[in-house]
Design a protein around this ligand. Sequence first.
Ligand code: G3P
Ligand code: MG
Length: 496
Amino acid sequence: MPTFEDADFGVTAQGAPTKSQEQKTESSQAVGQNGASLSIPADGHSSENTIEVPASRSSVADVSHYMHNLSLSPSMKERRGSRNSFGTSLPIPKSKRQSRLSSVHYAEGGKPTRPGMPPIQPTRDILAGQVQDLQSEKVKAAKDMAFVFDIDGVLVHGDRLIPEGQRVLEILNGDNELGIKIPHIFLTNGSGKPEQARVDQLSKILHNPISTDQFIQSHTPMRALAEYYKTVLVVGGEGYKCREVAEQYGFQDIVVPNDIVAWDPTIAPYRVFTDAERATSRPRDFSKTNIDAIMVFSDSRDYATDMQIIVDLLRSENGRLGTIAKDPVSQRIPIYFSQGDALCPTEHPIPRMSQGTFRIGLEAMYKALTGVDLERVVYGKPELATYKYADEIITSWMEQIHGEEKLPPHVYMIGDNPASDIIGGNMYGWNTCLVRTGVYQGEGNDKENPASFGVFKNVYEAVTTAIKKELGEDFKFKFDESINPVHHGDGVSAIE
Ligand code: G3P
Ligand code: MG
């Protein structure tokens, strides 16, 4: 399996790390500077449900590259999203859910049974697949490939459909000569609302069914962190949607910036706090509460307030507002970001700043105030943990649609951002396709992070080219019932 090296990202570590990647400290505090590690707490959590994935990045805070040149570098390597503090681990959920077939026992007759449960009924998709198996080797090849879609800039621009995106999903959902589903999942650095709400919105825009079981947004794997921290500050997103996300992930005690402003409005001197916001916030005496970690789940809607509160907490003694730590490193609470994209394609013609630029700003402020680098952890593409989690989701989705819990050997990532989609996919050994409908607008292939399968005008060109490579040049992107009477499912597979 290919691995991520610092050199892959154009990063030179400054000084040797003080801890090995596996080594954990006894507390949640960061240790050391410039090459130090930030370890998740070892105490008080069960590892039954999580896998700790070593961070793939160096010890160097991004800010050092921008301190004397705040304009974005044209180099995609330097624009790429996240460099995690050396030696950190990124916990991910062990599996999205229990395999539906994992409790299947094969009795002597070879019939699958589940003790105490009704017999398994094959889905229409599985039936279709079984019949087709007899007809064509192409079915096997179709199950041996999978697509991983970036969303913004590939399938949609904000709430606006990219029409080729709709057509591609129709093909993959069964409108193809085999009449079967070709496996695909969605892997977005998008964020800010619960998974169900986001897939409902996307299904509507794309006119195709999308299940949460085939969907990963930037903060989805961060549900694993609920086992590690009790009281967390959750930042970003509209209104209180990210509080809702954190609740669904199982975090026990969730604080949002509004709760803190409602407790002490002087903490954010430029904030105009409305009566409605006050009424919906949950103030308490934060001078008596330790916040264990900061989770930036989504883009800040109020940089001034959020940055002030985050910097206050990072400079505090163990997350206690109103204090300033004597040692800015050993008493600092950890901070996590759900993704590191500098830019995001939206309805606006020029891509907008995203969490990566927000983080760079924070790092600069923190360094200016304390003199030390900010150690932090960044999830999302192109971080290794996110790709490992994608494997889990592809595998379980394969089981849902084809009854085969396996990872297809030929995975195609379709993305618009060389600095996250393409570099991450390349490092993980996937075939990568770069499309021109989003962030990337350059000539030819990207110079720093070239897509391994090529550059395409849009997602339709990319997907049909990949399918032809795997299933034959003559493959038809239309289901013809007069030739093949087997109906494919018209929605997400379900036991009938
Ligand atoms: O950069 C923020 C996010 O909206 C990007 O989403 O789908 O392109 O990974 P996506
Ligand atoms: Mg994108």
